[in-house]
Design a protein around this ligand. Structure first.
Ligand code: ADP
Ligand code: MG
Length: 260
């Protein structure tokens, strides 16, 4: 044993690149002596500081690299505005258990009802639970796949994306896809089926996804794979963005047929 054990601890902490061990070793040693902790309790307390800090910085990195357009949290979601939404289900999805089963989440509903908010909130929970996550609109995902396809590396791109536990695909249906874009999107869904999770948001009910993808057969095959293991949540009501404006409805292309 070195002459000054604390000095030795600081030396080893530096060698391990574990600055929180360095910062907490002496302070916790005093607490341990005062509190009569066992050696094991002291060691666990010191290591837990390092692990907690690493987990927090890992989560921060995963959240920063996810490509969120804005930060939203489940805690900030006002469930009173969505009385039909199952809070327990959202809380359960917030545990990220669905990622382990490679299940999906589909959020349907009219504009401004909180689909993107919930998608980001759930993805942030997943990042905090240790999963890699990535967010983009459906149009942006397709553009990314198109680039890979043209470079002859679509399979490699899909394999790379499969290593990300959760992809958020926002705004399916805002813009209809061309045939080749629809096929690329189908490949994304198939490649993740039973391997990795998706959160999809759409302002259109599944019945109208055929119009989006320009092909009822492709749309049906895709929806089949998405919903086989999925929670489908339908948000309702008027736009939260308009809630204090006195405007209570937005124009809808086919009011009787939007997801509501
Ligand atoms: P959508 O994606 O369904 O069009 P958003 O999730 O973008 O809607 O919501 C629009 C805005 O209203 C966002 O700023 C969002 O944070 C907020 N918002 C929507 N619903 C709620 C809610 N129930 N509680 C708190 N904020 C909400
Ligand atoms: Mg949105």
């Amino acid at each position: 044993m070195a002459e000054d054990p604390l000095k030795a601890v600081l030396h080893y902490a530096r060698a391990l690149k574990a600055p929180r061990i360095r910062d907490s070793a002496a302070r916790l040693a005093d607490q341990a002596r005062d509190g009569g902790w066992s050696h094991e309790e002291y060691l666990a307390a010191v290591l837990s500081r390092e692990v907690a800090a690493r987990e927090a910085s890992g989560a921060a990195i995963r959240i920063r690299s996810a490509g969120f357009p804005t930060r939203k949290s489940l805690e900030d979601f006002n469930f009173d505005h969505q009385p039909a939404l199952n809070r327990d289900m959202i809380a359960h999805l917030g545990t990220s258990a669905f990622l382990a089963k490679a299940s999906n989440v589909v959020l349907l509903g009219p504009p401004g009802t909180g689909k993107t908010h919930l998608a980001i909130g759930l993805a942030i929970k997943a990042a905090q639970a240790g999963h890699r996550v990535a967010f983009a609109t459906a149009v942006d995902w397709v553009a990314r796949l198109k680039t890979a396809h043209h470079a002859g590396r679509l399979p490699a791109e899909l394999a790379k994306l499969r290593r990300i536990g959760l992809l958020v695909v926002d705004e399916v249906g805002y813009i209809p896809f061309e045939q080749d874009a629809a096929n690329l999107f189908f490949q994304l869904v198939s490649s993740r089926y039973e391997h990795a999770s998706l959160i999809l948001t759409s302002n259109l009910p599944f019945a109208r996804w055929g119009d989006v993808f320009g092909d009822q057969v492709v749309a049906a095959a895709m929806i089949d794979r998405i919903v086989h293991h999925a929670e489908v949540l339908t948000l309702k009501g008027s736009s939260y963005r308009l809630k204090d404006t006195g405007i209570d409805t937005l124009p809808s292309a086919r009011a009787d047929n939007t997801a509501q």
